[in-house]
Design a binder for this molecule. Structure first.
Ligand code: SF4
Ligand code: SF4
Ligand code: SF4
Length: 259
């Protein structure tokens, strides 16, 4: 229904380090703040101080306890937002052209003027990365802070996504994956950055750096057993994470409850 560009000049995206993320939610709050006050319709809340509070978020952090055989349990915090996929099913399913991927930098956006709130794109996204704003009736998703990164009214150090600028642990990195010399390309190569659910062929631009075992000083064992390299089928920690993700309800109302 809506075409994707065959290629993009840049591939802007995030590297998220699951080894250093401490689950503080600062990225969630700064994202909500910036994207409520700036680009597009505000991100609404429903009953924020009442029963069953709900709200629209572009970035959420899910926390899990992971235990491998013979190892102590450890907590892994998993920040989740749009991965700006190269083969984005959320774009091709859109009946109005409201969802689109930019040729110049690869950012996936929603034109709120032509969005009819049908929800097809949220259904098509396998990562649960889109949320229909209950008040505005339009689809919301991470914009990579497109109104910050090119904003010449901001000091240069602030021309980064709000989540990256805010993260106190330095767990979030922004850059161009099309450039093999960029910070994100180098981090991904050096630390074994991974795609989420690679078997779906969505070709996510964002990459995750896997967590190391916390109670091991042995370099050999640091990557085992969670970090089997992703092959044809997702295995190890990322496979387990994929399963947890697939259990997340597609219903955006329910997603809103687990911030
Ligand atoms: S993560 Fe979901 S919303 Fe983002 S581009 Fe991929 S399919 Fe679309
Ligand atoms: S909710 Fe909006 S962006 Fe999503 S498929 Fe429908 S019209 Fe397109
Ligand atoms: S701000 Fe950084 S450390 Fe805190 S939850 Fe987000 S990614 Fe993790």
């Amino acid at each position: 229904m809506t075409d994707l560009p065959t290629t993009t000049d840049k591939k802007l995206g995030l590297v998220i380090d699951l080894d250093t993320c401490v689950g503080c939610h600062a990225c969630v709050i700064s994202c909500k703040g910036w994207n409520t006050e700036n680009y597009g319709a505000p991100l609404s809340d429903q009953r924020p101080y009442g029963e069953e509070p709900m709200g629209t978020f572009l970035n959420r952090v899910h926390s899990y306890e992971v235990k491998a055989e013979g190892q102590a349990a450890q907590t892994v915090h998993f920040p989740k937002s749009c991965l700006h996929c190269e083969n984005a099913p959320c774009v091709t399913v859109c009946p109005t052209g409201a969802s689109y991927k930019r040729k110049e930098d690869g950012i996936v956006l929603v034109n709120e003027q032509s969005c009819i709130g049908c929800g097809l794109c949220a259904w098509a996204c396998p990562y649960g990365a889109r949320e229909l704003d209950q008040e505005e009736g339009v689809m919301k998703k991470c914009t990579l802070c497109v109104d910050r990164i090119y904003n010449e009214n901001l000091p240069e150090e602030d021309r980064q996504p709000a989540c990256v600028r805010t993260c106190p642990a330095g767990a979030r990195h922004f850059g161009d994956f099309a450039d093999p010399e960029s910070n994100v390309s180098i981090l991904t190569a050096e630390r074994g950055g991974m795609d989420l659910m690679p078997e779906l062929d969505t070709a996510p631009v964002n990459k995750y750096l896997p967590p190391r075992l916390k109670d091991s000083f042995d370099d050999e064992s640091i990557l085992a057993p969670f970090l089997d390299p992703v092959a044809e089928e997702t295995q190890g920690f990322m496979g387990w994470l994929d399963k947890q993700l697939s259990r997340l309800p597609g219903d955006t109302k329910t997603q809103s409850e687990d911030v």
